[in-house]
Design a protein around this ligand. Structure first.
Ligand code: PLP
Length: 434
């Protein structure tokens, strides 16, 4: 469910006409809906009643200060993966003390900053990392709270680049070595064993792998509670969103019409399956959803530059490119594409929707059926709120896109479009070329 819908023939986000946003701030521009983010947060939190839940939004999905502030006000903490992300949490005036620090390669400086900021826990992925955290905590004369990430060896049935819970990828410690890892960790003088963690992958649209992984790790979590007094079990993120029918999935009617067997995972189904498995543990449950929280809450607005008609192939060339939204190029991801102004009297058009970058991979959609649109008209790439702006780059010396947040009929620029001057501000010509 989300808040992007046509009012008359014009696509709106909540009560705001998106064409107005595009005209005012130019394109490419990301637009996020505050109401959709709040709904996502509340639905997930409510689906887990009966558990002591600490929801740590995985901010790598969308780490804009406005997004962080919004989630902080709703009650979220954060799952962060770098010193930069930690500083964003602070800059947003949000809570580090209930947040967790994940990632396989934390530097000493990052560990120190996290300890100084009172991080709730480090999620540890290896023995050498544990030794490093112990070392930094020792120098500071403190104990570092940690959880070890367990790799439950469950197939998440998702894209290879976003599956993380199989034994052959770089994440976590296999369950069969986990007891020994905790035993070793308990010997470090500056480590406090606070929890246990897992995260099996991203964009999961069925409950099976989640339930399988929780069932596999729960007995071990109980053991750790008895032995070391751990207080929490983090079950990671990974809840998927709807990409194919993105626009339609904004309405309850669409969800009601989906046959139960193929209905994409909802927070309610997630809670119904997992609460009974988790409740008996008597542990605090941490969740780390990223994509689910913001994915359907954002769109990327772009302007049509040209419609190039080829022999047997049409190309719709737009002003957004793979540097703004890399998911199609990187993960073969599908984003629904809709016009900001709908006109049912127009002919249909089948085209590849491409950006202006000099790479064949700079393609948002192949042979996509669209309403015919021409130069100067706007279209929206749906479901672009997660792993969109945070993965953007300056490739081809293209400025990072602008970002706008909507709430009701209010909207505001929350990230100004980058300027050329700021793009080159950190570069210089060396003395030997002067
Ligand atoms: C990326 C990540 C998440 C969030 O994944 P989503 O699929 O966006 O929910 C959660 N936990 C860890 C450890 C991650 O690396």
């Amino acid at each position: 469910m989300h808040h992007f819908h046509y009012v008359g023939q014009n696509l709106h986000c909540e009560s705001v006409d998106l064409a107005e946003v595009a005209r005012l701030y130019g394109t490419p521009t990301y637009v996020t809906s505050a109401a959709t983010m709040a709904d996502n947060y509340n639905r997930l939190a409510n689906s887990l009643t009966g558990l002591d839940v600490q929801l740590c939004y995985a901010m790598k999905a969308n780490s804009g200060l406005a997004v962080l502030r919004h989630f902080a006000r709703l009650g979220a903490a954060f799952d962060l993966v770098s010193g930069g992300e930690l500083r964003r949490v602070l800059a947003a005036g949000a809570d580090v003390k209930r947040s967790v620090f994940a990632g396989v390669g934390k530097t000493e400086a990052e560990i120190q900053l996290a300890l100084e900021s009172g991080i709730f826990s480090f999620h540890v992925e290896s023995e050498p990392e544990l030794a490093r955290i112990n070392h930094v905590a020792g120098k500071m004369g403190v104990k570092a709270p940690i959880a070890i990430r367990i790799n439950p060896d469950v197939d998440a049935h998702t894209h290879a680049k976003i599956t993380t819970g199989k034994s052959d990828n770089k994440f976590g410690i296999p369950l069969k070595f986990a007891a020994a890892a905790y035993e070793a960790a308990s010997k470090y003088p500056h480590i406090q064993l606070r929890g246990v963690q897992m995260h099996i992958g991203s964009q999961l649209t069925e409950i099976g792998p989640f339930a399988e992984a929780v069932a596999k790790v729960a007995p071990f979590a109980a053991e750790l509670k008895a032995k070391y007094g751990i207080t929490y079990f983090s079950i990671g993120g990974g809840i998927g969103i709807v990409y194919k029918d993105a626009l339609a999935s904004g309405s309850a009617a669409w969800w009601d019409a989906q046959p139960a067997a193929t209905r994409p995972l909802t927070p309610e189904a997630y809670g119904a399956a997992l609460v009974p498995l988790l409740q008996p543990l008597g542990l605090k449950i941490l969740l780390e959803p990223g994509r689910y929280m913001v994915g359907n809450a954002g769109v990327l607005l772009t302007r049509v530059e040209h419609l190039k008609r080829g022999s047997g192939k049409n190309f719709l060339i737009v002003d957004a490119a793979m540097n703004d939204l890399v998911r199609p190029a990187m993960y073969e991801a599908f984003h629904e594409i809709v016009p900001l102004h709908r006109d049912t009297t127009r002919r249909a058009l089948v085209a590849d929707v491409v950006g202006p970058i000099c790479e064949s991979g700079d393609c948002f959609a192949k042979d996509r059926q669209l309403q015919e649109v021409g130069e100067g008209e706007y279209i929206a790439l749906m479901s672009a709120g997660a792993y969109g702006s945070t993965m953007s780059s300056r490739y081809n010396t293209r400025a990072l896109p602008a970002e706008v947040m909507v709430q009701g009929s209010a909207f505001e620029l929350v990230t100004a479009r980058e300027t050329f001057e700021s793009m080159i501000a950190h570069e210089k010509i060396p003395a030997f070329l002067k």
